[in-house]
Design a protein around this ligand. Structure first.
Ligand code: BES
Ligand code: MN
Ligand code: ZN
Length: 448
């Protein structure tokens, strides 16, 4: 986009001004083009402190379909989100949407077939709420959002018709989740495992698709402690769990015709007198023993038990986990693509396509038995770190040991879930990455 032209100012039929924004050749827009256009438009409105506007969508090639109008509205909504909870005063006039929430304005989108557009908007609105819920959870500081508080947010999804269970430490001990539990023993705040179920089709006769999220509410590294610089970002080490929560919100709010379960492992990784030590050996729910050589490689310890529990209990037709798992994926892919690892080419293909459709892009990385020797342990069945190289791959290879032959995909979102590149639809720190991607996957392949 170039700068918008301001073609009129004040007076004309009660309009203060009109902004003209060219999108170029609409037929050449990428699939996420309308959402991005809405974001760009909202950015222009906010920087002019315009709180109400009518948006007229038209193309030389004919009016865009109602879906496109709804997508513009989604982009506008997402761009206007900012984390404001602790802003007690209105912001200076920087127009970036920060500061205390201004009086809500009104935005009207004028287009053809408004009834159809309104219907499309109901779905996009549900999706937008899901993305913003995910962002809000990621932005919340860890003193405010511990495992219990996060679980309480998940429980609110009951209002939308989800079944939500929260497993406490004692229940996890009964289930023998020694791997997951080892991560939380250094914290005074006990872990939780939230199970969110949405049965949107044929009374649960179709096996669900499962989404699993790493929910480390704060990752100090434990006794293998992280350096001080940048550690504050580790409040976002629950972006996977936030995505799953936002996705389940979106699916339930739009009453998606899908059976889906979301499982989130919520825990805090702290050093203390009761913390796990390097060299400790724990037994996972699967029965496999794990030698913990670095307490900072904790996400995989959480996921090992949640993946196992999920496939035992739900026998899902596909299982997708999201985790801010490794710094190595940021080295490999930067902030534009999340890493995709999968044991199933069809599932991988579907995910890659959903990434292209939404602009939440993935790049496939290898799984290969040849990496297994990197994580074979001298003293136990497996160790929780590999060698110097390929850290994102050895992490995924570790996870795969806790997956039987089910179709499974692992998304390493360490680079894309937070501190991501600003975009037309995101001005803030948390991105909500994955909610639009997986909503799209469900829409395209799992709604019967
Ligand atoms: N949560 C981190 C990964 C991370 C790093 C996420 C930067 C977002 C931004 C994870 O728990 C971690 O600490 N991974 C270690 C693994 C290592 C000890 C094998 C890493 O990547 O350094
Ligand atoms: Mn860590
Ligand atoms: Zn972590």
């Amino acid at each position: 986009h170039g700068e918008p032209a301001e073609v009129a100012r004040r007076g004309a039929r009660g309009l203060d001004r009109a902004l003209l924004i060219g999108l170029g050749d609409a037929s050449g827009l990428p699939p996420s083009g309308w959402v991005d256009a809405g974001g760009y438009l909202m950015g222009q409105l906010m920087s002019r402190r315009i709180a109400s506007a009518a948006v007229l969508v038209d193309c030389a090639s004919g009016a865009p379909d109602p879906q496109s109008a709804a997508e513009i509205a989604l982009g506008m909504t997402l761009r206007s989100y900012a984390y404001r909870r602790f802003k007690t005063r209105p912001s200076a006039d920087n127009g970036n949407g920060n500061g205390k929430q201004a009086e809500p304005g009104e935005f009207v989108i004028l287009c053809r077939h408004p009834e159809k557009a309104a219907e499309a908007w109901r779905r996009q609105q549900a999706l937008g709420e899901g993305v913003m819920l995910a962002r809000e959870l990621v932005n919340e500081p860890a003193n405010v959002l511990g495992p219990e508080e996060f679980a309480a947010t998940a429980e609110k999804l009951r209002e939308l018709g989800c079944e939500v269970e929260v497993l406490d430490e004692e229940r996890m001990r009964e289930l023998k989740m020694g791997s997951f539990l080892s991560v939380g023993v250094g914290s005074v705040r006990p872990p939780r495992l939230a199970v969110i179920q949405w049965w949107g089709r044929d009374k649960g006769r179709t096996r669900p698709v499962a989404f699993i999220g790493k929910g480390v509410v704060f990752d100090t590294g434990g006794l293998s402690m992280k350096p001080a610089k940048g550690m504050e970002d580790m409040k976002g080490d629950m972006a996977g769990a936030a995505c799953v929560t936002g996705l389940m919100h979106a699916l339930a709010a739009r009453k998606a015709h899908v059976n889906a379960v979301g499982l989130i492992g919520l825990v805090e990784n702290m050093p203390s007198g009761s913390a796990t030590r390097p060299g400790d050996i724990v037994t996972s729910m699967s029965g496999q023993t794990i030698e913990i050589l670095n307490t900072d490689a904790e996400g995989r310890l959480v996921l090992a038990d949640v993946l196992w529990y999920c496939q035992e209990r739900f026998k899902p037709k596909a299982m997708i986990d999201l985790a801010t798992l490794t710094g190595a994926i940021i080295v490999a892919l930067g902030k534009e693509h999340a890493g995709l690892f999968s044991n199933d080419d069809k599932l991988a293909e579907r995910l890659l396509q959903a990434g292209l459709d939404t602009g939440e892009k993935l790049w496939r990385m290898p799984l290969d038995a040849a990496y297994d020797r990197e994580i074979d342990s001298k003293n136990a069945d497996v160790k929780n770190i590999g060698g110097q190289y390929g850290g994102a791959i050895t992490a995924a290879q570790f996870l795969q040991r806790f997956v039987n032959d089910k179709a499974w995909a692992h998304l390493d979102i360490a680079g894309t879930g937070m501190a991501s590149n600003r975009s037309e639809i995101n001005e803030g720190w948390a991105s909500g990455f994955g909610v639009r991607l997986l909503n799209r996957l469900v829409e395209s392949h799992y709604e019967g």
